[in-house]
Ligand binder design. Structure first.
Ligand code: ZN
Length: 184
């Protein structure tokens, strides 16, 4: 397994659409292993393929020690509304209050090609929606008010110089550090 670079805000791949995964090959399995390793090293709870510069329609997450791999995910149903703070591994240290549907039922297939569905609210429900957005080129800051988005973007203008080539390479320091919020 190896750690992958995480693409940060401004990297075009984060705004691109992903392509459905056909057969699950050994290469896809390796990608999924590397994504889990990268997500854990970055202390995140979810990571989508575009965040590591890939165009496959898949994401991984681990909320409350339950791991999921969603290949070709899709929303089945959404209901309610709930507000909570979100962050993103592609925008370190940037957080915002986001309103989303409270309950989501999502379907996908696993690494064996078996279809499954998960219904979730709270943190997992939010994580699933956040990761699915990544597969459609959407970021959580898109939901902020114009005012709030502007202030986040000006903060990011200064922060992004820490990421040459708009890539975040995880260092031993990142891996040892404990982050405050949940980044997805
Ligand atoms: Zn994210």
């Amino acid at each position: 397994m190896s750690l992958l670079d995480i693409h940060v805000l401004g990297s075009p791949v984060l705004r691109e659409q992903t392509a459905a995964v056909g057969t699950v090959t050994d290469e896809i399995r390796r990608l999924v292993d590397d994504m889990f390793e990268t997500m854990y090293a970055a202390k995140g709870i979810g990571l989508a393929a575009p965040q590591v510069g890939r165009s496959e329609r898949l994401f991984v997450c681990d909320v409350d020690d339950v791991r999921h791999v969603f290949i070709n995910p899709d929303v089945v149903t959404l209901s309610g509304r709930a507000k909570a703070e979100e962050g993103c591994l592609s925008m370190p240290e940037i957080f915002g209050e986001i309103e989303r549907p409270e309950l989501v039922r999502m379907r996908g297939t696993d690494l064996d090609g078996t279809p499954f569905e998960v219904e979730a609210n709270d943190l997992l429900g939010r994580c699933l929606q956040h990761e699915l957005d990544h597969l459609n080129g959407r970021l959580f800051i898109d939901y902020l008010s114009t005012f709030k988005r502007r202030s986040v973007l000006s903060k990011w203008e200064k922060a992004k110089s820490d990421f040459p080539g708009l890539r975040r390479t995880l260092t031993a320091k990142d891996i040892a550090e404990h982050h405050g919020g949940d980044e997805l």
